[in-house]
Design a protein around this ligand. Structure first.
Ligand SMILES: *[C@@H]1O[C@H](CO)[C@@H](O)[C@H](O)[C@H]1NC(C)=O
Ligand SMILES: *[C@@H]1O[C@H](CO)[C@@H](O)[C@H](O)[C@H]1NC(C)=O
Ligand SMILES: *[C@@H]1O[C@H](CO)[C@@H](O)[C@H](O)[C@H]1NC(C)=O
Ligand SMILES: *[C@@H]1O[C@H](CO)[C@@H](O)[C@H](O)[C@H]1NC(C)=O
Length: 178
């Protein structure tokens, strides 16, 4: 491969690195002591859990639950405040649901089963703009959640980070070659 071919390959690699960097994260709804979407039993407070997540458009929330007992519904802010489960926006009921976040702003989730919303199987979460967009300064009275140590690490983050490091290392070595 001549220098030109190498340069072309480098550009391709560069694009791949950018892609990896911008890749989405899948967040498991729950904690290590309570990994599933269920009625809070003292081990989890989904509101607290959500505060530990920095969610962005393109990321997903992964819910795992017994479909005979629970489902996942998204509702609007009015329904959320009133625990009104009749006017839901979307429903997922397969037992394992990966909910792609497509819009920035507040998102509201609960379970449709009677009283489960009242029993705090519910949370709201703020979605920030995707990372690819120009960085936006958070408003001064932002409700953006602060990272918390109790948060469960994203499922795919270690793999992504490794790929990114490998990508950058190869890129560095290739630049030295040129
Ligand atoms: C809550 O439920 C989870 C999963 O079934 C269990 O591991 C945990 O011990 C329970 N916690 C309490 C306080 O009952
Ligand atoms: C969960 O935590 C929030 C504060 O983040 C609190 O207002 C709420 O009462 C808690 N819910 C339960 C069920 O403990
Ligand atoms: C939420 O949905 C209900 C029922 O469809 C509607 O009456 C209410 O105005 C909506 N609230 C918002 C904030 O859109
Ligand atoms: C805080 O948010 C409110 C709306 O939620 C807005 O009207 C107000 O201007 C904001 N204040 C600052 C300092 O950004």
């Amino acid at each position: 491969m001549g220098p030109r071919g190498l340069r072309t390959a480098l550009i391709g690699l560069n694009l791949l690195c950018v892609f990896l960097d911008a890749s989405a994260t899948v967040y498991n709804v729950g904690t290590s002591t309570m990994p599933n979407w269920m009625l809070p039993n003292g081990s989890v407070n989904y509101t607290e859990w959500a505060k530990g997540i920095t969610l962005r458009v393109g990321d997903s929330l992964y819910f795992k639950y017994n479909p005979n007992l629970h489902n996942v519904i998204s509702v609007n802010s009015t329904s959320f405040a009133a625990c009104d489960t009749k006017n839901f926006l979307q429903v997922w009921d397969e037992g394992e649901s990966t909910v792609l976040i497509q819009e920035p702003g507040m998102h509201y989730f609960t379970c449709e089963a009677p009283t489960h919303c009242q029993k705090s199987q519910a949370f709201s979460i703020l979605a920030l703009a995707a990372l690819e967009s120009p960085p936006q300064a958070a408003p001064s009275n932002s409700t953006a959640p602060a990272p918390k140590s109790s948060s469960v690490p994203a499922l795919h983050q270690p793999v992504l980070l490794n790929s990114l490091m490998l990508c950058l290392t190869v890129l560095l070595l290739a630049s030295i070659e040129l």
